[in-house]
Design a protein around this ligand. Structure first.
Ligand code: NAP
Length: 303
C-alpha cells in the first residue's frame, strides 16, 4: 500500500490533465492514472476546430500539447488501470492493476468509450474492417469504400476525414434527424464523396477474413440491401468508463456519475469531471473548465 495522497486523479484526458495543473498550483500531493495514451479521446480526433487559441489543430497535436504541460509541471502520471475505488474510514482505497493507493479525495475523469452496434459480424471483424477510430485505421482504406454509422458530431467529423482517403463514404443513420452541428451537416452534404443513407440500420457485417459487405435495412420499408464496403466505422455514442466504481448508487441509469455544482458525488471527497459526468456537454473546453473547477473543489474540501 502506497502512502496517503491528497488526491488521486483517474484519467488523463483534457479534464484530468487540467485538474492536475490546478492541483499542482495548489501545492497538493497527488497522482494521475491513465491506462491509455494521455489526452484521452482527443488523440483519436482528426481535427479540433472549437478549442480557443487554435483555429484548427489535429487531435494528436492538441493531446501532445496537453501531455507536454503535464511534463512541464512535473506532474506524476502513472500508466496503470484502476480496478476499484472504495471509501474506508474517511480514506479512499484505490486499486490498480499494479498497486494499491490511499487518498483523502478521488477525482474520476475516466471519460467514455464508443458503444458497439451489437450486430452479427461486429466482434468477429473488429480490427478486420470494423473500427471506431477513423484516425487510427482510416489509412488502410485508401481508395476503398467505407461506411460510417451514426448521426452525431463524431460520425460527421470522421466521415469528412475518411472522405480524404476512401473512394466513397456511406454515412448511415437510423433517421433523418441528426445530432451533429449544422456546420458539419452542411459540410457533409456538400461533399461529393459522401452519400448519406437515412433511415437505415446495420443488420449484419459480412466477409471472409475481412469485411466485404454490409446488410442494411430500411427501418420504414424493411427493405434489406447489400452494401459493398471494406470498412465500417461506428460512432453511435458512448458509454461511461465507471466499471471500477464499487458504489453504484452514485451513477445514473446510464452509468454516468451524478455530481453537484462543486462536481462532488454524494460520497464526500469523491469528485468527477469531464465526459464521465451525468448530463454533461461533451466538449474539450467544458472538460477543461470542469477540471479546473474540480481541482478547486478538492482544495476547498481538504481545507
Ligand atoms: P451522439 O451525439 O450521442 O450521437 C450518437 C448517434 O448515434 C446518434 O445519431 C444516435 O441516433 C446514433 N445511435 C445511437 N445508438 C444507435 C444504434 N444502436 N444504432 C444506430 N445508431 C445509433 O454521439 P457522438 O457523435 O459520439 O458524440 C458524443 C458527444 O461528443 C456529443 O455530445 C458530441 O456533441 C460530442 N462531440 C463533439 C465534437 C465537437 O464538438 N467537435 C466532436 C465529437 C463529439 P439517435 O439520434 O437516433 O439516437
Amino acid at each position: 500500500m502506497e502512502k496517503n495522497y491528497d488526491a488521486l486523479v483517474i484519467g488523463a484526458g483534457p479534464s484530468g490533465i487540467t485538474a492536475g495543473i490546478y492541483l499542482k498550483r495548489a501545492g497538493l500531493n497527488f497522482l494521475i492514472f491513465e491506462d491509455n495514451v494521455p489526452g484521452g479521446k482527443v488523440n483519436f480526433t482528426y481535427q479540433v476546430e472549437n478549442y480557443p487559441g487554435f483555429d484548427h489543430i489535429s487531435g494528436g497535436d492538441l493531446a501532445f500539447k496537453f501531455y507536454q504541460q503535464l511534463d512541464f509541471n512535473k506532474i506524476t502520471l502513472k500508466t496503470e488501470k484502476i480496478v476499484s475505488v472504495v471509501k474506508n474510514n474517511n480514506l479512499f482505497v484505490v486499486k490498480s492493476n499494479k498497486g494499491e493507493y490511499l487518498s483523502k479525495t478521488v477525482l474520476i475523469a475516466s471519460g467514455t468509450r464508443e458503444k458497439m452496434l451489437g450486430v452479427k459480424g461486429e466482434k468477429e471483424f473488429f480490427g478486420k474492417g470494423v473500427s471506431s477510430c477513423a484516425v487510427c485505421d482510416g489509412n488502410f482504406y485508401q481508395n476503398q469504400i467505407v461506411a460510417v454509422v451514426g448521426g452525431g458530431n463524431s460520425a460527421f467529423e470522421e466521415a469528412l476525414y475518411l472522405s480524404m482517403i476512401a473512394s466513397k463514404v456511406f454515412l448511415i443513420h437510423r433517421s433523418d434527424n441528426f445530432r451533429a452541428d449544422r456546420f458539419l451537416i452542411d459540410k457533409v452534404r456538400n461533399n461529393e464523396k459522401i452519400e448519406i443513407l437515412e433511415y437505415f440500420v446495420i443488420k449484419e457485417i459480412q466477409g471472409k477474413s475481412h469485411v466485404e459487405n454490409l446488410l442494411i435495412e430500411n427501418v420504414r420499408t424493411k427493405e434489406v440491401r447489400e452494401l459493398n464496403c471494406q470498412g465500417i466505422f461506428t460512432y453511435i455514442g458512448s458509454e461511461a468508463n465507471t466499471e471500477f466504481i464499487q458504489d453504484k448508487s452514485i451513477l445514473d441509469s446510464e452509468g454516468y456519475i451524478c455530481v453537484n455544482n462543486e462536481l462532488e458525488s454524494k460520497i464526500a471527497g469523491l469528485f468527477a469531471t469531464g465526459d464521465v459526468v451525468s448530463n454533461k456537454m461533451h466538449q474539450i473546453v467544458v472538460a477543461c473548465g470542469d477540471g479546473a473547477l474540480a481541482a478547486s473543489s478538492i482544495n476547498r474540501f481538504l481545507g
